[in-house]
Ligand binder design. Sequence first.
Ligand SMILES: [Zn+2]
Length: 355
Amino acid sequence: MKLGIVYHENYLKHNFGPNHPASPEQLALTVKILQEKQIWNDPSVTILSPITATEEDLKSVHDPAFISLIKKYSEIGGSLTADTPIPVGSFEFAKLAVGGAVVAGEAIVKGQVDSSYALTRPGGHHAGITSSSGFCYFNEVAVMVENLKKKYHLKKAMIVDYDVHHGNGTQEIFYEDPNVLYISTHQDPKTLYPGTGFIWEVGSGAGEGFTVNIPLPPRTGHRAYLHAFDNIVVPVAREFKPELIIGYVGADAHFLDPLANLDLKLETYTQVAKRIISLANEMESRLVFFFAGGYNIQVVPQVHLTTIATILNKSVELNEPKTPPKEFPSIIRRVEKLTLEIRENLKPYWKCFKI
Ligand SMILES: [Zn+2]
């Protein structure tokens, strides 16, 4: 297994400003732990340099007026929303993040590596066609997928977005596309930004059935989360048979994250990585993982460490910073019921739920 890790030190230079939850430190500490645990210089790992995405690349997904707006604000300083400032120079950093995604995808189709891991920032799953917020500028995953479709004849991709927030931008971009299956597990939109990702949002037109939302209640925890994953994500993936699986790894679903309350633990991330990798092996799909949200600096590096170690089939010692909270039987029952509701709702589109 050859793994390409896409990284550039300039990813640490973009800063949303003081006291903003998304700081370069989360990525810097991730790189540090990968170096300390000898993953960075492992013989099966290749460190790949990103390119700077072109405006043409961005236009494959985003409206030209929106691209111009970010470019203009990046010259003078501005902001998209209160939570998403655009400090001077942001446009270049945003293009480098998108270029990292492009390289992560191309390295696989060119046969340079078997799988890739994009340690890129700022992220992009809240970036839609004409607007963005939630610490995102451009949708790096969507540009990567469009590039692979256009230049390398990629036909079917599946995105498993397990950031704690719903990826409203990614959903919007692929909402009518039957060739890109978007699956998101996230905290109930009634309780968390961005307030989308309800179970009835299933795609439209030709893409109806190819958006799968799994909105989980606060305090879901390890066992209930994996129950939903095993009974929805796994069967849908097997039926869809993607050529490419994209894991959008948000460490913010961990119980110590300051922004959300989904209560996963490090072991949950190991288990999710195992499931995604085994699905990819079973279907001979290629894999690209992304560094997404996550705001606890003790947790984020370990979430990516365990995911990468699982890809490389290496065991690493994890250090859960605190004892995980108790899992509540009432919440487990609620998630089991929700899982049945989601399966019922998806019955018209997926044979696996008709039995
Ligand atoms: Zn997030």
